[in-house]
Design a protein around this ligand. Structure first.
Ligand code: NAI
Length: 478
């Protein structure tokens, strides 16, 4: 059996590496139109950072795992074609700002149709709107010259989380496969199931109809993001009342009906999926006339934007309502720890908010490059996932400096803002940092990872999200 995956990104790369690693009897080829990305997958410097990924790729690469730009050849030869291309938010036209842009998906489908001379199972790995399989099937059938070639479409959404992708792939809570309720549909489900059964107990492989599987992925992301927005909304109330959001989260999380996960208040959720998938869900609800349902889910995104804005306003208020010309150090730019991914990271909106008030920003992140940061800060909303959009440095970005060392980044600054929960930030020598900063020295902990009592004893004025406010902050600004 040969598996070909179109799209060598955060999903295609790690998922295929795991399949190849666990299934030595299957040949797996990952193809992409991005030659630089493929070259990186074939090198010692993989294009994405994920703990444990390099070891898995190394074990399988050259044995039964290959990365190639020869899309036509490998798609033609594949028995199962995974499609793991990007499905960004539309930036123009009907549904702009909400609907999924399926240009890349349709391009992949047309490619499959044009080169296929044998029947294939086509697997939706990308997150797509409900009923995409129906549209894709039409594209495949109408564009394939050989009437004897059959395509069976399956939905197999990916539930991995960046930062723990390899663990999630090795031991997933569940794998979901959706297919048609026809005989050939069920047969195709069986084939894909047999791939996963190489290492996943069959009771963890859930089967559903196509539309349920497609909708399950959007719903899962909407529920996860909704928990974050829910606790973040409560963090604002905690600050107003003197309650402590961590104590509230712990108290409610011990109720088994609620559970303790995804209850950390923070400066906001980020990543390539949550916002995009909720907006897509909102758009689908609107198009089928479910306005109240659309409004409900849209509020999850609104609270997320509010939380980022609130954080910036807190910073400005605390620093005597003026940050113009003040140096502010941002610790962490990735959207979460253990990844170099900056797509939709809250750091972008926080930095832009501070830049709008003329702050000078020093940024340190252990995994994000200087070029990536400047690019991110130069792009407009939703533009990051449209490959033709190249970021150009705006004049205001001259106020942004990127550092390779946290201590250097903190020197002479008025405030630190922790925007990613990297473990190494907890181990910094804050006395040394305090001594090198302007006074009063502020810490704004957007992830609640630092030892706030220790920081206060050093002399910092501390703002911790959702925690009782320092007397200094209360006296002046509440
Ligand atoms: P990505 O942007 O990292 O990778 C997509 C790749 O597809 C790019 O390298 C692009 O060059 C390639 N591509 C686009 N059109 C192509 C074509 N016609 N032929 C060959 N290659 C083509 O995206 P990522 O993060 O891997 O996401 C892919 C899909 O998976 C999205 O729908 C996303 O919503 C979904 N997803 C992402 C997760 C994540 O954590 N990043 C988790 C679960 C699902």
């Amino acid at each position: 059996m040969k598996i070909t995956c179109i799209g060598a990104g955060y999903v295609g790369g790690p998922t295929m590496a795991m399949i190849a690693y666990k299934c030595p009897d299957i040949q797996v080829v990952v193809v992409d139109i991005n030659a630089a990305r493929i070259a990186a997958w074939n090198s010692e410097e993989l294009p994405i950072y994920e703990p444990g990924l390099f070891e898995v790729v190394k074990a399988a690469r050259g044995r039964n795992l290959f990365f190639s730009t020869d899309t036509q050849k490998h798609v033609a030869e594949g028995d199962i074609i995974f499609v793991s291309v990007n499905t960004p938010t539309k930036t123009r036209g009907v549904g702009a700002g909400k609907a999924a842009d399926l240009t890349y998906w349709e391009g992949a489908a047309r490619l499959i149709a044009s080169v296929s001379t044998t029947s294939k199972i086509v697997v939706e790995k990308s997150t797509v709107p409900v009923k995409t399989a129906e549209a894709i099937e039409k594209v495949l059938r109408r564009n394939c010259a050989d009437p004897n070639v059959a395509f069976e479409i399956l939905s197999n959404p990916e539930f991995l989380a960046e930062g723990t992708a390899m663990e999630d792939l090795a031991m997933p809570d569940r794998v979901l496969i959706g297919g048609k309720e026809t005989e050939s549909g069920q047969r195709a489900i069986g084939v894909l199931k047999s791939v996963y059964e190489h290492w996943i107990p069959s009771e963890r492989i859930l089967c559903a109809n196509l539309w349920s599987a497609e909708l399950s992925k959007l719903t899962a992301n909407a529920f996860l993001a909704q928990r974050i927005s829910s606790i973040n909304s409560i963090s604002a109330l905690c600050e107003a009342t003197g309650a402590d959001v961590q104590q509230v989260a712990h108290s409610i999380g011990t109720d088994t009906r609620i559970g303790g996960k995804f209850l950390n208040a923070s400066v906001g959720f980020g990543g390539s999926c949550f916002q995009k998938d909720i907006l897509n869900l909102v758009y689908i609800c609107e198009t089928v006339g479910l306005k109240q349902v659309a409004d409900y889910w849209n509020s999850v995104v609104q609270i997320n934007d509010y939380q980022k804005q609130r954080f910036v306003e807190r910073m400005i208020d605390a620093m005597f309502n003026t940050i113009s010309g003040k140096k502010i150090t941002v610790l962490g730019f990735a959207f979460k720890k253990d990844t170099g991914d900056t797509r939709e990271t809250p750091a972008i909106d926080v930095c832009k908010g501070l830049m709008a008030d003329n702050a000078m920003i020093n940024i340190y992140d252990p995994k994000v490059t200087e070029a990536q940061i400047h690019n991110d800060l130069s792009l407009g909303k939703f533009m990051w996932d449209h490959p033709t959009t190249a970021g150009t440095k705006s004049p205001r970005q001259n106020s942004v400096s990127v550092f390779k060392d946290a201590y250097e980044a903190c020197k002479d600054s008025h405030a630190l803002a922790v925007l990613t929960e990297w473990d190494e930030f907890k181990r910094l020598n804050f006395q040394k940092i305090y001594d090198s900063m302007m006074k009063p020295a502020f810490v704004f902990d957007g992830r609640n990872i630092l030892d706030h009592a220790q920081l206060r004893s050093i002399g910092f004025i501390v703002y911790a999200l959702g925690k009782p406010l320092d007397p200094f902050l209360q006296r002046n600004y509440s």
